[in-house]
Design a protein around this ligand. Structure first.
Ligand code: SF4
Length: 369
């Protein structure tokens, strides 16, 4: 995966955040400080396999090198600020960046499978009207170190022997708005000397940035693709997801059709059910028609209510009916039962609660990345 190599010690002489460097970049960094490339492999292992937060614990590095690293580099871990535990086993983490921003990550167990939902931005610029994160506005992009560190900090709260098996870029932010750092984080997470996730176990979810989907499809080891669709016609989608005015459903589906996936993989369409808005019979039949012939599956997500949006979750019988209509039309459809109902389940809810005491984002609400 080819994130461009960056000079590792910046022009102002500031210490370099090593966690955000891919392995080739780390090799370039150790060369710059006069060390053998072998040291980069040791460092990469410490940071991305063992989750190290300090150079002082890297016992197979010489004391001299550790001192040199203290003056030229930093590891800057996220701070685990709040962990909420739901009765259904879902755990939600609020993590703080070094500059005081709150972001969220969620651990969702399902038998042996443990999926982590990770954030790519502080807040989001896309203004989807059903989303709690959107109400925060856009703060800034996360760098690759902050993206991958969500995984390493989450590991620290797991019982011994429990492993994160799948990753979804479906937390706060639009990953394809932060393409460079998301690409770099994918390279780091898939590196077989670090966290070693297979591309089949990582999914990037987008609200529909067509050029970003095309770029993602050109990566040599592209992740799974999920589309947050949420409507079956442009009028409704324009209202729920303003990005649709720029790339309407037809353009979005053309980009999805062109996304390269091997035989065993399918594109996922996420579809949030909002009472009376996206859950009607005509929505189901339009959706089935739109997706006909696509190698895909549909995840139906009954809306997670939060006080910042005027929608309702449909009644259970309506959810069942919608699911059956899609199934009868031949679509593989899965109902994502609401998880973490007893905690701040909606994405962005925990980060925004109390976050005014950290770094307020409201002032930058209209800033685009
Ligand atoms: S749903 Fe996703 S893309 Fe839309 S505002 Fe929320 S975080 Fe951003």
């Amino acid at each position: 995966m080819a994130a461009a190599l960056e000079p590792s010690i910046d022009a102002a002489g500031a210490r370099v955040s090593l966690r955000r460097l891919s392995r080739p970049e780390l090799i370039a960094f150790v060369r710059e400080i006069g060390e053998s490339p072998f040291r980069a492999h040791q460092l990469f292992r410490w940071i991305h396999l063992l989750g190290a937060t300090h150079f002082s614990g890297m016992t197979d590095l010489s004391k001299g090198l550790r001192v040199k690293l203290e003056t030229t580099a930093t590891l800057e871990p996220l701070a685990v600020d709040v962990v909420q535990q739901s009765l259904d086993g879902t755990r939600k983490l609020r993590l703080l960046t070094r500059d005081g921003h709150a972001i969220e990550s969620v651990l969702i167990p399902d038998g042996e499978k443990l999926t982590q939902c990770i954030s790519s931005q502080v807040g989001c610029a896309l203004d989807c009207t059903f989303c709690a994160t959107a109400t925060m506005g856009f703060g800034r992009n996360l760098d690759a170190g902050e993206i991958v560190d969500q995984v390493y900090r989450a590991r620290t709260i797991l019982p011994s022997g429990r492993r994160i098996t799948n990753l979804v870029f479906m937390g706060m932010g639009e990953p394809l708005h932060n393409f460079v750092e998301v690409e770099r984080s994918l390279a780091i997470l898939m590196d077989d000397t670090g966290a070693n996730f297979s591309c089949r176990k990582i999914t990037v979810s987008t609200a529909g940035l067509v050029p970003g989907i095309e770029k993602l499809g050109r990566l040599p080891m592209g992740p799974n693709l999920a589309i947050s669709l949420n409507a079956s016609d442009d009028v409704t989608r324009d209202m729920l997801m303003p990005i649709n005015k720029k790339w309407p459903i037809r353009a979005l589906l053309d980009a999805v059709r062109a996304y390269p996936l091997d035989r065993r993989r399918r594109v996922t369409f996420e579809y949030v059910l909002l009472d009376g808005i996206t859950d009607r019979d005509e929505d189901a039949s339009r959706l089935a028609k739109l997706l006909r012939g696509l190698k895909c599956k549909v995840n139906i997500i009954p809306w997670n209510p939060h006080p910042l949006a005027p929608y309702r979750r449909p009644p259970a019988e309506r959810i069942d009916r919608f699911q059956n209509l899609l199934r009868d039309a031949g679509l593989p459809v899965y109902l994502r039962r609401p998880r973490g109902d007893d905690i701040d389940a909606a994405c962005g809810q925990l980060a925004s609660r109390g976050a005014e005491a950290l770094v307020p984002l409201r002032a930058s609400r209209r800033t685009r990345p």
